[in-house]
Design a protein around this ligand. Structure first.
Ligand SMILES: *Cc1c(COP(=O)(O)O)cnc(C)c1O
Length: 491
């Protein structure tokens, strides 16, 4: 094989190329085994085949121009309608498909800013320095949107039950607030914020209220229909003005599919973009992206119709049973607990007595990939169809992991010493040295941008950095590293 960083001079055969790609895949996380959480939502081989065929059937079509592709227009508007109906919407609710939760949230925040500009004078605080009031647990996409569009997120500390604190959220509203946000559920702990009282505060303040149902939007309606207690979180709640819901999560669509929904078309109007003076013609587009992949739109439509309410209920029932079995099993274990009272299939594990990241490392050694979280330190579990029937193995491995972390061992001792040493160094070394050292530690433990084998020490060191800005620089360095062009290989 020639230099892989150069465009090959000659054409290559399909067989050669597919072989390289198959080989490249062997180091990827094996999500089909049901030991990976939150990155992949898998509804089984039959459903996979449906979205694959639907996706490839429309992979060249472009959702940018609905006039040219009435097929995609039909799929998108039906996906939006189905979503609105699932989420308590009436006939007035409108929306669009986007490439994912982040784009849906970007649109909601942009719309709130434009709504304020349309309704308040330019020197009003809502226009000069617009603010979003959101609980600490809200997804970083809101921070990203505020960063992109020039707003400020006011992060409100969580209540003792780890949900949004209604009184503090109320107190955080100022004349500059344009948007309040609650999650159903929030990603970190899987807890549903008290949407009804929050939306009421927003309505009384005359501001917009967004429900981030990115992860819960295609789960909670079915969990509720099964008879589980789910608090009101959707358009049935007065004051809710927009909702985001990701099809590529619990609707089990192909990646690149989400919806952003608005209470009415007057609100959605602020999201739309049109430019009249381009030599290329009049240009209009509803969302962030220009060209929109027809495959993602078609696959989302296909999976909703393939599953139907029946299919989603069946999966929800079995995933909920797995979730309850796991939570009951965890309640019987010492040194570990579930944070708060999660009502669906997402939860976080914490410990007051052990380093939970060491438990994460032991689980990793047994093939389980649990995301590490902070404030408090915890491990994240998002159950989906792929985890049905994996409960007993998870509990068995977790009990083993806990026992190992509790037992004194040379490795545990060395890792803890490393963290202590880093904390001590952080006090005595200049900040720039610490950045460098942390970067080296991250490199050593993270390998070549893959999943770190053992990360408890790395997280311990990261956590001990005195300056969050410093930590941000290290993280940005790592992000740069993931996509670095391999110049040194060029002649
Ligand atoms: C996944 C998620 C998002 C972001 O969605 P992407 O599809 O990753 O862009 C936003 N909010 C919540 C609660 C999520 O779980």
């Amino acid at each position: 094989m020639s230099n892989p960083t150069q465009l090959p001079l000659q054409k290559q055969s399909k067989e050669e190329i597919l072989a390289i790609m198959r080989a490249a895949k062997t180091d990827d996380i094996g999500w089909r085994e049901g030991k990976v959480f939150s990155l992949v939502f898998h509804a089984g081989e039959e459903a996979s085949a449906v979205i694959k065929e639907a996706y490839t059937m429309f992979m060249s079509e472009n959702g940018l121009n609905p006039g040219a592709f009435p097929s995609l227009k039909k799929f998108e508007s039906e996906v939006v309608s189905i979503s609105a109906n699932l989420l308590g919407g009436d006939d007035a609710v409108v929306g669009n498909m986007t490439s994912g939760g982040t784009e849906s949230i970007l649109m909601a925040v942009y719309t709130a800013r434009e709504w304020a500009r349309a309704h308040f004078p330019a020197d009003h605080p809502k226009c000069v320095a617009p603010e979003i009031v959101a609980p600490l647990s809200v997804h970083p996409a809101f921070e990203k949107a505020a960063h992109y569009f020039g707003l400020q997120v006011v992060h409100v500390p969580l209540a003792a039950d780890y949900r949004a604190d209604v009184a503090q959220m109320r107190a955080a509203v100022t004349p500059a607030t344009v948007l309040m946000v609650g999650s159903a559920p929030a990603y970190p702990h899987g807890l549903i914020d008290p949407i009804r009282p929050l939306a009421q505060i927003a309505a009384e303040a005359g501001i917009l209220f967004h429900v981030d149902a990115c992860v819960g939007g295609f789960l909670l309606p079915f969990v509720r229909r099964l008879g589980y207690e789910i608090p009101d979180f959707d358009f049935a709640v007065p004051g809710v003005t927009s909702i985001s819901a990701d099809l590529h999560k619990y609707a089990y669509a192909a990646k690149g599919a989400s919806v952003i929904l608005y209470r009415n078309k007057e609100l959605r109007r602020h999201q739309l973009f049109a430019y009249m003076d381009w030599p290329g013609g009049i240009y209009a587009s509803p969302t962030m992206s220009g060209t929109r992949p027809g495959g993602a739109i078609a696959a989302a439509w296909a999976i909703l119709n393939f599953m139907g309410e029946e299919g989603y209920l069946e999966i929800a029932q079995r995933v909920m049973a797995t979730s309850q079995r796991l939570q009951a099993g965890i309640a019987e274990l010492k040194d570990i607990y579930v944070i708060g009272r999660p009502q669906a299939t997402i939860f976080a594990l914490a410990s007051d007595t052990l380093n939970i990241f060491e438990v994460g490392d032991e689980m990793q050694a047994r093939g389980w990939h649990l995301d590490r979280q902070q404030f408090p330190n915890s491990l994240h579990v998002t159950l989906n169809q792929a985890h049905i029937d994996k409960g007993e193995q998870f509990l068995h491995d977790l009990a083993q992991a806990l026992a190992l972390v509790k037992k004194p061992s040379l490795r545990n001792w060395a890792e803890r010493l490393l963290v202590k040493l880093a904390a001590w160094l952080a006090k005595v070394l200049p900040a720039s040295w610490m950045s460098w050292l942390t970067e080296k530690a991250a490199e050593a433990m993270g390998g070549e941008g893959g999943v770190p084998e053992r990360s408890a020490a790395m997280y311990g060191i990261m956590g001990s950095l005195p300056n969050r800005g410093d930590l941000q620089a290290v993280v940005l360095d790592l992000v740069e590293g993931f996509t670095a062009v391999e110049n040194e290989k060029r002649p």
